[in-house]
Design a protein around this ligand. Sequence first.
Ligand code: SF4
Ligand code: SF4
Length: 111
Amino acid sequence: MDRYLGKKYPETMEDLPIAAIVPWPGSTEEVDVSSWRTFRPVINQEKCIRCRLCWVYCPDSAILELDKEYTNKQGKKFRITFEVDYQHCKGCGICAFECPVNAIEMVPEER
Ligand code: SF4
Ligand code: SF4
């Protein structure tokens, strides 16, 4: 385990620690799972009613609640904006499933 201290998170499978070990506090913050996805969630800010359900249900805390104002085409002003943290999103689609107004679309990843 000491070999991981002070180092960047392992990049290859062979370098990974055995089982569900967190090498150091906060290490998962450094993991980039973007290559795991086949689909990515895209939030339609016009449709989003800022209910926060996607933020609640995301198993990877990959929905960000930002202090960023947004005014929609009808002139309704929101104080917050929800965006996806694509470094930590695995593309599971739970957010899109839970969104009550279908504001999240899962679109195919293009590499
Ligand atoms: S697709 Fe899954 S991991 Fe990505 S933001 Fe939505 S719920 Fe979170
Ligand atoms: S669940 Fe849908 S409507 Fe609610 S905050 Fe997320 S994207 Fe917006």
